[in-house]
Design a protein around this ligand. Structure first.
Ligand code: HEM
Length: 513
């Protein structure tokens, strides 16, 4: 801090209005800007204009509160008999903004779905995300580098990595963050993991945060028959020592899994597969040690666990979110893998991929719905804070109509998500695969359509700032650029909506109605 914190009067501040000593008041606190003017990103002129004055309104019209935290060293005192009014959410705390938290976290509302273990897990996760994930996510999203081993180690120690796979044996006998016994972990806890992690508001990093593991180790756990191998790779990945990804899409085929061209040919002795081909848009591919790969085999499609080694080459792909996601183009050139690395049955890999998709799609939906909520919160805050034509933005009916639509879309998709999560809690893996593929597909497609509308409204509320990667609108800008990843990855809206209807067609009564 520039000096010991003082109690100052407005008269004392007013005298410091020259280049030699330039102070101003923001939220009842006094800042000494003398040495900062030349470094101010908004220029020196505007600061000189507010020398000695209360600049609270001007400041909050242009900056996020975090700017004050970052430049705390400029604060020299507080106004005598006055107290700061800005409410700062403490690490792990809930937001006081209406609709910024789902209804079950609002004391006056009740929900049948959540118990104390959900509450303690969520609270501990929020603190973890605020303290460790968000700062790193923001940094990596900007510089495009990959997740740190330190954060991965922390997530391994707290069993967050294990929780990413959803409920199952792998989590039993572990004590989870928030002191929740692993045996109690259900799909609502799983949903909270996806939703709290998404609060870091950095879509590239969100995927870079081992989402490849989440969508591939799940398949290994369910379908790899070689138990020692299965347990070995599970242990390596859940302890954060090795990374894994799902390698299905190709330049030749995306959602059209049947059109894949990567081949796995058996050696004459029947002991190995020789794999040749390419994969594109593989999340986490750049740093993965294992690739759960979709291949064409003699009589169909098979899924094979390929360790990184001779003949495996990965190249970085730059997409519209951050390269922190480690998105890769992969080439497999005569890669030799033992046949016991097969998942499920040979030539019958379709079921492996289709069943595995459910958890991936559901989890992506949970995250995007939570991100919509964060954006809605940003818009509610901004429209109260921003003064235009002499009045707060919120006084404009057109802005309130947009906020209404954002709240409706967020609450509706969260309610549907909770309904499906409840069904998952009451079904076996096989039942989920059979009965929930359609509903989850419809939900994911609908939630990203909602995200599309929310992003559009949010950018219009923020104006130019909603298109700027730093400053007030950065969360909105990131959402507008990033929600498309949820609309495309794991199955496009078109494919998933169609899947939902085709599944319903199968259940139509065989009669003229
Ligand atoms: C403690 C005092 C201040 C600090 C630490 C500060 C810091 C910053 C920072 C970091 C930015 C970059 C954008 C962002 O990250 O939000 C910025 C932009 C800006 N600041 Fe300040 N600022 C202060 C006070 C003020 C005041 C009092 C005014 C106006 C009277 C002002 C006017 C601006 C303007 C016009 C911009 C450009 C904003 C834009 O492009 O949207 N700043 N400031």
């Amino acid at each position: 801090m520039a000096e010991a914190q003082k109690n100052l009067t407005r008269e004392e501040v007013a005298k410091n209005n020259t280049e030699e000593s330039l102070w101003c008041i923001i939220d009842h606190q006094v800042y000494d800007l003398t040495d900062f003017v030349d470094a101010h990103p908004g220029g020196s002129v505007v600061l000189n204009q507010v020398g000695g004055q209360d600049a609270t309104q001007a400041f909050f019209n242009l900056h996020r509160y975090e700017v004050l935290e970052k430049y705390e060293s400029l604060r020299i005192g507080t106004l005598k008999d006055e107290k700061p009014e800005v409410v700062v959410r403490p690490a792990g705390g809930l937001s006081p903004v209406p609709y910024a938290e789902p209804a079950w976290l609002t004391p006056q509302f009740k929900s049948p779905y959540y118990n104390e273990t959900h509450r303690s897990l969520r609270a501990a996760l929020r603190k973890f995300v605020d303290l460790y994930v968000t700062p790193e996510a923001q940094e990596k999203e900007n510089d495009g580098t990959y997740i740190s081993q330190k954060l991965v180690d922390r997530m391994a120690e707290t069993n967050i990595l294990a929780m990413r796979l959803g409920p199952g044996e792998h989590i039993h006998n572990r004590t989870l963050i928030g002191n929740v016994p692993g045996e109690k972990f259900d799909y609502f806890h799983d949903m909270l993991v996806a939703q709290e992690l998404s609060r870091a508001s950095a879509r590239g990093f969100q995927d870079g945060n081992l989402s490849g593991l989440m969508i591939s180790l799940t398949a290994v756990r369910q379908w790899l028959k070689n138990k020692p191998l299965r347990e070995k790779v599970t242990e390596e990945c859940l302890s954060g020592k090795k990374y894994m990804c799902l390698a299905i899409t190709e330049a030749f085929a995306g959602s059209d899994v049947a059109g894949l061209r990567t081949t796995a040919t058996k050696t004459p002795d029947g002991k190995h597969y020789i794999i040749n081909g390419t994969k594109k848009w593989i999340t986490n591919g750049m740093f993965s040690d294992y690739f759960v790969t979709g291949c064409r085999t003699e009589k169909g499609f098979s899924v094979i666990l390929i360790p990184r080694g001779e003949g495996v080459e990965t190249k970085r792909i730059k997409t519209s979110y951050s390269t922190a996601a480690a998105t890769a183009f992969i080439e497999f050139s005569n890669v030799k893998v033992p046949v016991d690395h097969l998942l499920g049955e040979e030539h019958n890999g379709f079921i492996v991929i289709m069943s595995n998709f459910n958890h991936e799609r559901w989890s992506m939906t949970a995250a995007v719905v939570r991100w919509m909520r964060t954006v809605t919160e940003e818009c509610l805050k901004w429209s109260h804070q921003r003064i235009v034509f002499g009045k707060p933005l919120i006084t404009q009916p057109v802005i309130r109509a947009k906020l209404a639509a954002m709240i409706q879309r967020t609450e509706a998709t969260q309610a549907w998500l909770e309904h499906i999560t409840y069904q998952m809690n009451n079904m076996s893996y096989a039942q989920q695969s059979k009965l929930l593929g359609g509903p989850i597909g419809l939900l994911k497609a609908y939630s990203t359509r909602c995200a599309h509308e929310v992003a559009d409204d949010a950018v219009n509320i923020f104006g130019g700032r909603g298109l700027t990667q730093s400053g007030m609108g950065k969360i909105v800008e990131g959402f507008h650029r990033g929600y498309k990843f949820d609309a495309i990855l794991g199955g496009t809206e078109e494919i998933l909506s169609d899947l939902g209807v085709r599944q319903a067609m199968k259940q139509m009564p065989n009669a003229k109605l």
